[in-house]
Design a protein around this ligand. Structure first.
Ligand code: TMP
Length: 180
């Protein structure tokens, strides 16, 4: 909620409408685009496994990767050409979303860096909306330690879901620290 509210304030439209209670949010219904957009500032995870890049390599520029949202196929990596060829998005939509992604990454990197956390990588999804005949594409996803890799800026301590994935220690404590 904190992140989505702040993104909204810097002009990144997203699906959060309002908090209903401590466990529920009212969100805007969208027609979700069937692509997971993975943004990487530091190489780790599936990227290092797939390409043999050294874990922790700082990338000169943020890298955007695309995965098809299909559990049966285990969300395969796809290219821009696949996205256009199979009409999951057209070229102008893809340019629009890529620009948003870079702004979101800049904003989040700054926000996390300000509290001593490196934003290593994260996943985003977007959805199509239509209001009074006006079409738009908005961010439609949670952004949390479940969907980001967050490392302590000095110690590289993992403060995200990798604690669970790799059995690195108490998950809740780390998530609470991020939230604080
Ligand atoms: P990866 O290194 O496993 O490809 O993950 C890259 C980033 O995307 C990492 O921050 C975790 C996030 N992610 C999700 O949130 N959901 C997913 O289904 C996948 C594959 C990755």
């Amino acid at each position: 909620e904190h992140i989505l509210t702040n993104l909204n304030q810097v002009g990144i439209k997203n699906h959060l409408v309002k908090r209903i209670n401590m466990r529920e949010q009212l969100v805007q219904l969208v027609d979700i685009i069937p692509i997971e957009f993975i943004v990487r500032n530091i190489a780790t995870g599936s990227l290092t496994k797939r390409l043999g890049i050294e874990d922790g390599t700082v990338l000169d520029y943020p890298l955007i990767e695309y995965c098809l949202k299909n559990d049966e196929l285990e969300d395969p990596l796809i290219s821009k050409e696949h996205i256009i060829a199979f009409k999951w998005m057209d070229g102008s939509e893809l340019d629009f979303v890529n620009k948003k992604i870079r702004r979101i990454n800049d904003f989040l990197q700054g926000m996390f860096r300000g509290v001593g956390i490196k934003l290593v990588d994260f996943k985003l999804e977007f959805g199509r909306t239509e209001k009074n005949g006006k079409k738009d594409i908005i961010l439609a996803d949670e952004i949390s330690p479940d969907t980001c890799r967050l490392w302590d800026v000095t110690t590289d301590k993992k403060m995200d879901k990798d604690r669970f994935r790799k059995n690195l220690g108490n998950l809740v404590e780390a998530y609470q620290e991020v939230a604080r």
